[in-house]
Write a new protein. Structure first.
Length: 187
């Protein structure tokens, strides 16, 4: 018998990556927040000071409102020369991906080190027995001087056109989903 797993995101690219990573589990059916069943649940304020705490907050919030097993994440881009900025605020430093990229590039102008890392925290919460599990991962890379030109694909969201993975020789936006899941923090 399959169990439904709510992936607590409206980001279609992120949802697709998580679904791809879990598709080998025959007992799980993944849905996202944009699916009609969940459209009436408003997003919580991410008030915590760590990725782990925000991921847990979102997992518990959506699970308790839907009664569904819920997986949530919080991800940040941490840039060494900027003392980890934008970090936990990565999605909130501007309104659009283009504005966020532009803001980062302006702050990095003239910096010699382009080292950065994506950090992710994942939390899963089961409201039926009130159990949870959290984990985290990190992916090191470099911030390019300018985003690559890339047609809109599901891998082209957030900072993917700006984050270069040296061992792959390309950005996340240039990878197909299998390759991105091989290299990325989320994979």
């Amino acid at each position: 018998m399959k169990r439904t797993l709510l992936i607590a995101t409206t980001n279609k690219g992120k949802l697709r990556e998580i679904q791809y990573g879990l598709e080998s589990l025959p007992f799980i059916e993944c849905i996202g927040l944009s699916d009609p069943v969940e459209s009436d649940v408003a997003a919580p304020d991410e008030t915590e000071s760590t990725l782990h705490a925000n991921a847990y907050l979102k997992a518990v919030y959506y699970a308790n409102r839907t009664g569904m097993l819920t997986l949530a994440d919080d991800t940040g881009l941490f840039i060494g020369q900027l003392n980890g900025w934008p970090g936990i605020e990565s999605a909130r430093i501007a309104d659009t991906d283009e504005e966020r990229i532009d803001k980062i590039l302006k702050k990095m102008k003239g910096l010699t080190s382009r080292a950065a890392e994506f950090r992710i925290a994942l939390a899963i919460y089961d409201p039926k027995n009130q159990t949870s599990f959290t984990c985290s991962a990190t992916k090191e890379g470099l911030i390019l001087d300018a985003p690559i030109e890339q047609e809109h694909t599901l891998q082209n969201f957030g900072y993917t056109r700006l984050f270069y993975v040296p061992e792959a020789g390309k950005t996340f936006a240039e990878m197909d989903i299998k390759e991105k899941n091989t290299y990325s923090h989320r994979g």
